[in-house]
Design a protein around this ligand. Structure first.
Ligand code: HSE
Length: 298
């Protein structure tokens, strides 16, 4: 018995929700095949796309699957094939897609013994291997879909947020790698009170805007006073992308996860595509390779 799944890319932080907000992309993600085997344990039998370790304890999909079977203690084992399309270190949830995909698939094969929150907890073990910190802001949207808020890690509580009709994301992924652990290490350990106030006021108003389908308020909430001032320096032409994107009608832009990908939110597909065009134009003038995606958030 086997299952083939699509494990989506995700955008985390979403400007003002560092480590708590995230949404799911439908146009970029990995494929995985998970198969029940008579031999107990987890084996990664195939990896295509990128050079990643096959050893279970070194592979994020393996670590999260192992955490699940340590709890479930099934009478069988699992073989995992990973077809990676999301480049590691891209900022669009590459490790989360692998960590979430393996536990989601095993849960389906076993008749869904676990809730989505429990699956997220197992997947956090894999995510921690990749980024050296347990956070769930990419895992939650990968597992629940849509737009999510991680209310707390201990106990793990995830809220599913409503999504206004016509909300689109445009992503540009410059083909450089930023390791999440390094992008976390450059952040200051404490935050000035004024910056914290601005961030939680924007986070509250962004959530309010999602609930009310209030695009104007959404636009005024997409600011990051905590991560962006430090991390944007790691991303080539970030300010040029920001100016071009806002001029072409985006509601707002920010760093996707820990970068280097940049996301923009727009109302309607037409604007999201105009934003994509504007982003591409900025990078076309440089020597950087890049990819772009447009996704409806749903
Ligand atoms: N919230 C995390 C960070 C996401 O910004 O470091 C990256 O995986």
């Amino acid at each position: 018995k086997e299952i083939r799944i699509f494990s989506p890319g995700t955008v985390s932080n979403v400007s003002c929700g560092f480590d708590v907000l995230g949404f799911c992309l439908d146009t970029v993600g990995d494929d995985m095949v998970v198969r029940i085997s008579s031999e107990k344990g987890i084996r990664i039998t195939k990896i295509e796309g990128f050079d990643l370790p096959f050893e279970t304890h070194k592979n994020v999909a393996g670590v999260s699957a192992q955490a699940l079977i340590d709890d479930l203690k099934p009478d069988c084992g699992f073989e995992i094939e990973i077809y990676k399309f999301i480049k590691p270190g891209s900022g669009i949830g590459s490790s989360a897609a692998s960590a979430a995909g393996s536990v989601f698939a095993i849960n389906e094969l076993m008749g869904r013994p676990y809730t989505k929150t429990e699956l997220t907890r197992f997947a956090m073990k894999g995510e921690a291997l990749a980024s050296q910190s347990e956070h769930a802001d990419n895992l939650a949207p990968a597992i629940f879909g849509g737009f999510t808020l991680v209310k707390s890690l201990c106990p793990l509580e995830i809220l599913e947020l409503p999504i206004p009709d016509e909300l689109y994301a445009t992503i540009i992924h410059p083909q450089i790698e930023i390791k999440t652990a390094e992008a976390r290490a450059i952040l200051p350990k404490s935050v000035p009170l004024q910056d914290a106030i601005a961030q939680w006021s924007n986070l509250g108003s962004l959530v309010h805007a999602l609930h009310n389908g209030d695009y104007e308020l959404l636009q005024r909430s997409l600011h990051d006073t905590i991560g962006e001032p430090y991390r944007s320096k790691l991303i080539p032409h970030f300010e040029d992308i920001k100016l071009a994107t806002l001029a072409s009608g985006a509601l707002g832009i920010g760093i996707s996860g820990s970068g280097p990908s940049i996301f923009a939110l727009s109302k309607g597909e037409k604007t999201a595509k105009a934003v994509e065009h504007a982003m591409r134009k900025v990078y076309t003038k440089t020597s950087f390779q890049f990819e772009t995606y447009v996704s409806k958030i749903n």
